[in-house]
Design a protein around this ligand. Structure first.
Ligand code: SF4
Length: 480
C-alpha cells in the first residue's frame, strides 16, 4: 500500500486446505498482467514513470493536489504528482486528462523525487498528446492563421495524428483556451500596437464576454494591462548610460516585462548600471514558456531555437544573459535540455542568470552595494517563484535585499496558485484562489510591509489577495 494506490483485499491462500493437496493432479499457470508497462518501457518519454517507487513525495509537494486531494484530482487507479504518467500508460490518455490539466508545471515535485523523475516533463508530453487528440472548437476561425500550429520535424503530420497503421488521419486542433495562452506573444504584439484601445476592449463587458465565452478566461481575474511604452521602446530612446563599463550584459526582454510590466525591466537596467554594467536590450522572441505550458512542444521548440539564435551571438561576444522573469530563466536553465541540442542548451544555461543572482555576484566581487537604493530596515514580505526555488535561486534575492537594508520575511508555501495561465482559466479559478489562500495564511496580513514577488503570476496573485501594489525585488534596490 502506498499514498498513490488504495488498499486492496487480497485473500491469503491456506496451503493446508484440501484444494492444495494432490499436487500431481494440478497444472501451474502463471499469468502476468503488465497493464501497459511493457509499452511504457518502449516509450522514450513515459519510460521514466516506471522508475517510480510510489513514495508519494511528489503528491505531498503539489499545491494543487494538497488542495483538491485524493481522486478528486483525477485518475482511475493512480493520482497525484506522477499519476498522469501512470494513468496514461496503464489506462490510456483519456484517463490522465483531468489531473494533467491540474499540473501547473511549477516543478516543486522535481527536487522531492528520490529517483529523480522529471514529472513536469512527463505531464507536458501527455498534455501534448492530448492536444493532438482534441476536438475541434466552434470558434477556431477567430484564431486560425493568427497563431502557429503544431507540426513534426519534417513539416508533416505528428506521430500522434496518424492512425495505428501509420496513415495520416484528420488533423485535429488545440482547444481555444490553450491556443490563446500558448500564443500570448502574438496577442501581446497586437495589443501593444494600440494599448489604450486593447485595455479598454479587454476591460469592457463585451470584451469580458468574449474572453470568458470563447477563450474560457475567468472574469473574476483582472488581466494585466498593456503598458503604454514597451521596455525596448523605453530603452531605445534612452540608451545605455554607462560609458566605461566593468561588464556588458544582455537583459532578456521577456514577454511580460516587455509588454505588460516594463517598470521592473527599467529597474533592472538602473540597478545594473549603478553597478557599472552596460546593459543591452536586443529583440529576442518569447522563450517558448507559453506554448510549453500548454503542451505545445513543437511550438516551444521553434521558440527555443529562435531564442538561442538571438542570444548566442551576444554570449559569443562575452555578454552574460540576465533574466527578470523566473519562468523564462527556468526554460533557459532546465527545460531547453528537452528542446535543443545538448551543446546549445548547455551554452545558454551556463551563461544566463536571475537578475538578483547577478547583482549578488557583482556585489560579492567588489561592486559597491551603496550605489543601490537602501531599505532603511523596511520590512518586506517576499514570495519566491516556484521554479526559482527549484533552481535554488531564492537565497540570492533574500541576501541582496538584506544587504541593501531590508528586513525580509519569506513564504513557505510551494506555489502561489496562479501559476502562469492556470489561475485565469474559468474551470480552475476556485482551485487557484484556494491555493492562494494558503499563501495569504502563511504571510499573514503584512500590515506595514512591502510586498514582493519575483514572478509575474505570483505578483498578480498577491495583488488579488491583498489589493495592494506588489514589487519585483529588483524594483526595491534600483536607484531612481
Ligand atoms: S516522488 Fe518520485 S518516486 Fe515518489 S511517488 Fe513521486 S514520482 Fe514516484
Amino acid at each position: 500500500m502506498s499514498l498513490l494506490t488504495p488498499p486492496v483485499e487480497t485473500p491469503v491462500p491456506d496451503f493446508e486446505a484440501d484444494e492444495f493437496r494432490d499436487a500431481d493432479d494440478r497444472e501451474f499457470h502463471l499469468v502476468l498482467l503488465d497493464n501497459g508497462r511493457m509499452a511504457m518501457r518502449e516509450d522514450d518519454q513515459l519510460r521514466e514513470t516506471l522508475y517510480c517507487i510510489r513514495c508519494g513525495a511528489c503528491s505531498n509537494s503539489c499545491s494543487n493536489f494538497q488542495t483538491v486531494g485524493g481522486h478528486g484530482f483525477g485518475g482511475e487507479t493512480y493520482t497525484g504528482g506522477i499519476g498522469t504518467g501512470w494513468e496514461a500508460g496503464v489506462h490510456g490518455l483519456d484517463s490522465a486528462r483531468e489531473m494533467n490539466d491540474l499540473c501547473t508545471g511549477c516543478s516543486r515535485c522535481v527536487p522531492k523525487c528520490p529517483v529523480g523523475i522529471d514529472i513536469p516533463w512527463i505531464n507536458t508530453v501527455v498534455r501534448d498528446r492530448l492536444n493532438r487528440d482534441a476536438d475541434a472548437g466552434a470558434y477556431e476561425f477567430l484564431v486560425d492563421g493568427l497563431v502557429p500550429g503544431e507540426r513534426d520535424d519534417d513539416g508533416g503530420m505528428p506521430e500522434a495524428d496518424r492512425d495505428r497503421d501509420g496513415q495520416e488521419g484528420n488533423r485535429r486542433r488545440l482547444d481555444r483556451q490553450k491556443w490563446l495562452f500558448g500564443n500570448i506573444e502574438t496577442v501581446a504584439k497586437v495589443g501593444s500596437l494600440a494599448p489604450g484601445v486593447a485595455n479598454a476592449v479587454a476591460g469592457s463587458r463585451p470584451g469580458e464576454w468574449v474572453l470568458e465565452t470563447v477563450f474560457g478566461v475567468d472574469p473574476r481575474r483582472n488581466l494585466p494591462e498593456f503598458a503604454d511604452e514597451t521596455l525596448r521602446e523605453w530603452y531605445g530612446s534612452r540608451g545605455s548610460r554607462v560609458r566605461d563599463p566593468a561588464r556588458d550584459v544582455v537583459l532578456y526582454p521577456d514577454l511580460y516585462t516587455e509588454y505588460f510590466r516594463p517598470e521592473r525591466g527599467k529597474a533592472a537596467v538602473r540597478a545594473l548600471e549603478a553597478l557599472e554594467v552596460r546593459v543591452h536590450v536586443p529583440p529576442v522572441p518569447e522563450s517558448g514558456r507559453a506554448p510549453f505550458s500548454q503542451g505545445m512542444i513543437e511550438s516551444a521548440r521553434e521558440q527555443a531555437e529562435a531564442v538561442h539564435g538571438a542570444l548566442v551571438t551576444h554570449i559569443d561576444g562575452g555578454r552574460d544573459v540576465v533574466v527578470v522573469e523566473p519562468s523564462d530563466l527556468a526554460m533557459f536553465q532546465s527545460d531547453y535540455e528537452k528542446l535543443l541540442p545538448d551543446a546549445s542548451a548547455r551554452r545558454l544555461a551556463d551563461n544566463s542568470y536571475d537578475v538578483m543572482e547577478f547583482v549578488y555576484g557583482l556585489v560579492n566581487n567588489g561592486a559597491d552595494i551603496a550605489h543601490l537604493s537602501t531599505g532603511d530596515e523596511t520590512s518586506v514580505a517576499y514570495h519566491s517563484h516556484c521554479q526559482q526555488r527549484t533552481l535554488g535561486l531564492e537565497k540570492y534575492t533574500t541576501a541582496v535585499l538584506e544587504d541593501a537594508g531590508y528586513e525580509v520575511r519569506t513564504s513557505d508555501v510551494e506555489c502561489c496558485g496562479m501559476a502562469g495561465s492556470f489561475g485565469y482559466k474559468r474551470e480552475y479559478f476556485e482551485v487557484s484562489e484556494a491555493v492562494g489562500q494558503h499563501l495569504r495564511d502563511d504571510l499573514g496580513d503584512c500590515e506595514g510591509e512591502r510586498l514582493a514577488a519575483s514572478g509575474t503570476s505570483c505578483q498578480e496573485q498577491l495583488r488579488a489577495l491583498y489589493d495592494r501594489p506588489v514589487s519585483h525585488p529588483v524594483e526595491l534596490i534600483a536607484p531612481d
